[in-house]
Design a protein around this ligand. Sequence first.
Ligand code: 6PG
Length: 261
Amino acid sequence: MIEGMDAAAEIRILEDPDELAETAAGMIVDLATSAVAQRGRFTVALAGGETPRATYERLARPPLSEVMPWARTFVFFGDERGVPPDHPDSNYGMAHRALLAKVPIPPRQVFRMPGEGTDPETVATDYARALGEELKVRRGEVPRLDLVLLGLGIDGHTASLFPGSPVLKEVFRTVAAVHAAAAIIPQRFTLTFPILNAAACVVFLVSGGVKAKVVKAALAEGAATLPAGMVRPSDGRLIWLLDRAAAALLPAAGSRPAERK
Ligand code: 6PG
């Protein structure tokens, strides 16, 4: 526990992006193995952006690809841009190239968010329905994913939950269509806090010195101002995997937090 930091978060600092990817991929296999042993399957929402690519690539090759229970794994997405799957900015496209095309996961167990859909509200509603049906939740219940992977934007966004967005106040819907004016692709689809905070385990993957300031802000105790700081599973684990550069501004474990200037 790092003093002054969110006590709910388990923070692990890895040496560099390679060790971060290796650790994250190993953690995914451990969580999947345990979920299959306990419940017969593993449900995971993948993160988009660039950081997770190296983790997906490690998961796609031996030894981890040979021990991952692909036949019992069900893949969803934390968010998607409003583009087709073959677009260079598609989160599905990145995950497909880095992982899904290389492993024997049954195609019907991969649930893509159809970002290219012409009616964003229908895309969101249909995806929420698919999530609910696949996770077999009763009406009104929130699906509990075994694992949600998330990244962190330099403005504190995660998935496509951006600062100041009305979707931050969503308490019922599990999937929303959002318009993120500042984002590279403004039309977005995202899981919302109700489903993120119902997960059994949420793991942030954050790499690079450019993220150091926002990591400190997001992890500051009680930092429920940034979207990433609002991810707090009500009955689950919250893990931050950081490389040393991204963790550079965190108070050293056990010391007093840096005074706010
Ligand atoms: C997206 C992601 C987004 C991402 C962060 C960090 O669709 O853009 O879901 O939340 O995780 O922007 O992106 P990088 O890993 O590329 O820094």
